[in-house]
Design a protein around this ligand. Structure first.
Ligand SMILES: Cc1ncc(COP(=O)(O)O)c(C=O)c1O
Length: 533
């Protein structure tokens, strides 16, 4: 681990209060800022250069950190050097290191160099992109970069859009627009007199869809979870049956959400067939491609997305797999007019003379008023890497995942638990003697216990961080690639750890169950009395 105790140049420089702190009524002076800024960038670069010296998961217990910060705020100013020293001692080592190349949990969210630089400039400008007037360039650069990404993704010019903070907000906005389209004008009248609305999403859809229903007065009861097939893709026949049944029962179907890259297994709903249903039924089609959507930047890999160009709205998250620091989600829609009706409210103090001309006042398309200048970091990232460079990086992650999938497949003591359409591999350790018996309840729960322990032990090494899900009721380990710094050696090491720990746990289980046998628990008549767990 980096030596957090040695004073940095910054700490040495700023050991006393500066003039502005002692007697000023304004900000830090620009010269102090310049020197501090250079030193802070050194701290940032040192962090990125030395990231692999940290365990991916900090070794701290809940509550331990809070106790190390003073409970009361300081009454007087403190030297910048002291703040920075505490940052290095208390903050930097105790984040979960999303920037670590062996971060394989959830979906990656890495901040690239150009993305971080864009963030810094964005903070400096405080360009609030709520109205064109409140920051003309933030608004117009958003128009430009939304257009760049739209075109890069191979979507037609009929789509326009905006950047929001998260996919959760993007889907909330999309479903609010769907609600508006279905009800006539729920934004004005509310839902009191409306028939209860129904939204359809697969059993594997992200919780943000359910939360959007909770927020929009549709309620969790208004979300119809459609069953999935053996590959965790929405069953379209079941969708049609569900809509017909709901109509007969007095529900008001409103929207279908297709997920391209589900959170658990990264399965791909059959969006073209779902678009046919949406069209026939007159329902809003929202596509959640928060994680996998960026793969459409690669023309050769667009087959998985065929049909998404018919959606009313689409969400793709640059802050997942486009190397953009949190936060940034791209919401595209071919019905921006409906989004606007759902959210536009212009009080007198927000009226500007520019409204006579066609300008985007982006606050009219979302619940919040204030908006960050997210387009700036996207502009940096797309220009720095080029679409070609972004494609190459995404492609390399897919290739590493495909290679890992073949290792899992070739390992007699492990099994893949889902297809690998993108960069996430779902698997479990399944000692070969259990092959063919996985459906038996006792063996199923022993495998669940073994894999939960495997994950715990692997993450405790600090060498990698993986997370889990449940697929078909089975405890499933997920290794999700998407970190800009990951190299093949990191995936190789993670897989070596899985094999090592899996085999060791299996040996322990065997010997524990052997001990039980000896202690008089009966003979091992079926040859697998070694389940342990
Ligand atoms: C498919 C999908 N949709 C939506 C989300 C929510 O993303 P956000 O954190 O940007 O709200 C996730 C998060 O992992 C996701 O996997």
């Amino acid at each position: 681990m980096p030596d957090a105790a040695a004073p940095t140049e910054l700490e040495a420089l700023f050991t006393t209060l500066d003039h502005a702190q002692r007697e000023g009524v304004r900000d830090m002076d620009p010269e102090t800022f310049r020197r501090a800024g250079h030193a802070v960038v050194d701290v940032m670069a040192d962090y990125l250069a030395g990231i692999e010296r940290y365990p991916v998961l900090p070794r701290v217990a809940p509550g331990e950190l809070r106790a190390r910060f003073p409970a009361a705020p300081p009454e007087g100013p403190e030297p910048l050097g002291a703040i920075l020293a505490d940052y290095r001692a208390l903050v930097e080592p105790n984040v979960t290191h999303w920037q670590h190349p062996a971060f394989f949990a959830f979906f990656a969210s890495t901040a690239s160099g150009p993305g971080i630089l864009g963030e810094m400039l964005m903070a400096t400008l405080v360009a609030n992109a709520m109205l064109w007037r409140s920051s003309p360039v933030a608004t117009e650069l958003e128009e430009v970069t939304v257009g760049w990404l739209r075109e890069g993704l191979g979507l037609p010019p009929a789509y326009d859009g905006l950047f929001t903070d998260t996919a959760s907000t993007s889907s909330l906005i999309a479903l609010a627009a769907a609600r508006q389209a279905a009800t006539g004008d729920a934004a004005t009248t509310g839902l009191a007199d409306a028939r209860p609305l129904r939204v359809y999403a697969s059993a594997e859809a992200h919780s943000s869809i359910e939360k959007a229903c909770m927020t929009l007065g549709i309620g969790r009861a208004g979300l119809h979870r459609v069953p999935v097939d053996a590959d965790y893709r929405m069953d379209v026949a079941a969708l049609e049956t569900a809509i017909a049944g709901d109509r007969a029962a007095g529900w008001h179907p409103c929207a279908i959400v297709a997920t391209l890259g589900t959170t658990g297994s990264t399965s791909v709903d059959p969006v073209a067939a779902i678009a046919d249903v949406a069209e026939r039924e007159g329902l809003w089609l929202h596509v959640d491609a928060a994680y996998a959507g960026v793969v459409a930047l690669i023309p050769e890999r667009r087959a998985a997305f065929a049909g998404w160009e018919r959606a009313d709205s689409i969400v793709v998250n640059p802050h997942k797999w486009l190397f953009t620091p949190l936060d940034c989600s791209l919401l595209l829609s071919r019905r921006m007019d409906v989004l606007r009706v759902a959210f536009s409210l212009v009080p007198e103090y927000l009226r500007t003379l520019d409204q006579a001309r066609p300008v985007h006042d982006y606050n009219e398309y979302q619940p919040q008023l204030g908006r960050r200048f997210r387009a700036l970091k996207i502009w940096f990232i797309v220009r720095y890497f080029g679409l070609e460079g972004l494609r190459r990086r995404i492609e390399s992650h897919i290739e590493m995942a495909e290679r890992l999938a073949t290792w899992v497949d070739d390992e007699p003591d492990a099994e893949l638990l889902a297809p690998v359409p993108f960069s996430t591999v779902c698997f479990r350790w399944r000692p070969r003697r259990f092959r063919g018996q996985e459906e038996e309840a006792e063996i199923g729960s022993a495998l669940d216990a073994l894999n939960a322990q495997l994950l715990e032990r692997l993450n405790a090494t600090g060498e990698a961080f993986l997370s889990h899900t449940r697929l078909g009721g089975r405890f499933t380990i997920r290794l999700a690639l998407g970190n800009l710094r990951t190299e093949p050696r990191h995936v190789e090491r993670a897989w070596a750890l899985v094999r090592e720990i899996g085999a060791e746990l299996d040996r322990t289980m065997k010997s524990e169950s052997g001990d039980r046998e000896e202690a008089g628990h009966g003979g091992d008549t079926d040859g697998r009395g070694d389940l342990g767990g």
